[in-house]
Design a binder for this molecule. Structure first.
Ligand code: 13P
Ligand code: SF4
Length: 303
């Protein structure tokens, strides 16, 4: 890491009284400069609860937008303005309205990986670490779940008495993994423990020893007495895994477990973002208030 650039960022951070948050999929240099590194759920809580009024959110757009929805009084900066999430873009507001008309009794549960417009017409948001608890606390029999059909499928398996209506969305990174990729590694390293993100497809999830969010995968591997782990999620999590477990071995199946959008954030654009206070998240107040309900319900129902 360029020490001079890192020092300049830390100095500017002090001047702007800012906090830097980073998702586990960010490049190691960004994770190292952040005040907190976390999964989607924890980062949304930190962004809302922190005393700093300027939040530099190193992740993708829906994460920074969620922070703004929850804390409109704060200045939320997205360092790489074009860092989006292809899965969030798979669910359009108008299409959701149509589906809701077809299922008037269903509650709409949207993954936090969705647009502000979609959140505005959702009853509650979920993340991969909070979804099970939220559905447990949600007193409804019929659920429209979007955009991720894989996370939706994973949750539905745990609630066989509820009716789920799925969306045809998916993560372009996690759906690249095939069961064969996992089986090859299991064959090579006999005692390997398979840790899988719920955004993976069902045949891959079936091969898992543990399924959880990025944060839960890191916690599970750190607390485990095993030594060899197959990490079936975006490769950015390896940085924290190695940092906390220098003596354990971590493997990624197949190739291409890299989210190009998560990798768009660089130290240079964190520096420029703080220097120019640029790429501030702005949200129309009418839509924000509606989307706030869905995110606020997420925090309420995940307790
Ligand atoms: P989590 O950090 O909640 O596991 O989410 C993963 C993800 O895909 C974020 O884009
Ligand atoms: Fe979106 Fe998948 Fe990238 Fe997460 S890893 S930001 S869900 S494309």
């Amino acid at each position: 890491m360029s020490k001079a650039l890192k020092d300049k960022i830390l100095q500017l951070k002090k001047e702007r009284q800012a906090i830097i948050l980073a998702h586990y999929y960010q490049i190691p240099e960004i994770q190292e400069i952040a005040d907190a590194v976390g999964d989607s759920y924890n980062l949304s809580k930190i962004a809302q609860g922190c005393s700093e009024q300027v939040v530099m959110f190193c992740g993708v757009r829906f994460m920074a937008e969620s922070a703004k929805i929850l804390s409109p009084e704060k200045t939320i900066l997205l360092p790489a303005a074009n860092a989006g999430c292809p899965m969030a873009d798979m669910a359009a507001y108008e299409d959701l309205l149509e589906l809701q008309k077809e299922h008037p009794n269903a509650a709409t549960v949207s993954y936090i990986n969705s647009s502000t417009e979609v959140k505005a017409i959702s009853d509650v948001c979920v993340t991969s670490s909070s979804a099970t608890k939220i559905i447990e606390n949600l007193n409804v029999d019929e659920i429209i779940f979007l955009p991720d059909k894989n996370l939706g499928g994973y949750i539905a398996e745990q609630f066989p008495n509820k009716k789920f209506i799925f969306w045809n969305g998916y993560c372009v990174v996690h759906s690249r993994i095939s069961p064969e990729d996992v089986l090859k590694m299991k064959d090579k390293i006999k005692d390997i423990v398979v840790l899988v993100h719920p955004e993976c497809e069902a045949p891959v999830r079936k091969l898992a020893d543990f399924i959880g969010s990025t944060g839960e995968i890191i916690k599970h591997a750190t607390e485990s007495s095993s030594n060899n782990f197959l990490i079936v999620t975006e490769e950015g999590v390896i940085h924290q895994l190695k940092k906390h477990n220098p003596d354990k071995n971590f493997y990624i199946p197949g190739e291409g477990m890299t989210c190009v959008n998560m990798k768009k954030t660089t130290l240079k654009n964190v520096y420029e973002g703080l220097l120019n206070m640029q790429h501030q998240i702005e949200i129309d107040e009418e839509i924000r208030i509606k989307a706030y309900n869905a995110l606020n319900n997420m925090h309420k129902l995940s307790r």
